[in-house]
Design a protein around this ligand. Sequence first.
Ligand code: MGP
Length: 315
Amino acid sequence: MGKKPNLTGLSRFLPQDFLNSNATSLSEKPQNQSRSAKKCKTETHVPVRTKYDATALVPHYTTTHEVPENLQKYFSQRKRYFSLYDQGCLLDEEGWYSVTPENIAVQIADRCRCDTILDPFCGVGGNAIAFAKTCEHVIALDISPTRLALARHNAAIYGVADRIEFILADYISFANAYLSRPHSTRNIDVVFLSPPWGGPGYISTSENNVSADSNADFQDELEAHSQYSLSRIQPIHGADLFRLTKRISDNIAYFLPRNTDLNEISALGLLEKDEGVTPDDKPRMIEVEEEWMGSKLKALTCYFGGLVAGQEHVF
Ligand code: MGP
């Protein structure tokens, strides 16, 4: 880590610390302290239960024996994904393996406080629901009509559906349309990128999933040696996705696999300079936050621009 000049030390998020203090960072830097008050939503949100029923689209599993074998390990973590799961939260297959656990989504949303946030790969809504509590306006995109309906259904259960603008769209087309808009259109302050990583096999060295019956030691060894390349991100190379997004906002939170090659993350920061868009000569830092659930590292969130602790002035 220390050899990459634009990466700051890892923050670590542990759910038990979260419960005690709402957020813990090893760097001990207070979050969002100098960000303009205008950008920080402070009022308490009163949930509004609206009706939106997508129950016809996918089953709501209640017992393990109803769940397909490949989804059982996710079903056993259902309350971590949605604490209100029992009230009828719905997930499709991709949702089950890619939704952000609720505690982690809340932590990320706390750091992303702003007026308008874009969540262009919203999936079944885990992050968008958390953003609705810290941002004035959430724009949630997904290319799948089913997942978008499930996201709205889940947001209604959490009482925040009215705070989210759900748009059925492909992000690349949306971004290009947004960038060619007249300047009077609403500005997007923060973009949260949580794209498809190429399926649950992202952790293995090969593009293919490791068979379910591989023994645990073999799995651990494979994980220890595999590094995830941004080239596996969909729908386009992860570096290109970042480059496109930077044209919308400098304030980006990028949710990536825990085994992502840190050199590739560091190189994203250098794109700014190569393209001559850095207004000063100071190197911009990237903050990499490890997202833990108990003793298990789940993912990394990489913060850019004004979301980086100590860099709030560029927000
Ligand atoms: P995981 O490693 O597949 O799950 O994903 P888990 O339960 O840690 O499995 P284990 O066998 O390693 O114990 C860990 C987390 O990464 C998930 O909870 C999701 O939040 C996130 N995640 C996983 N996938 C495959 C994706 C993806 O394709 N896109 C995004 N944005 N997040 C994903």
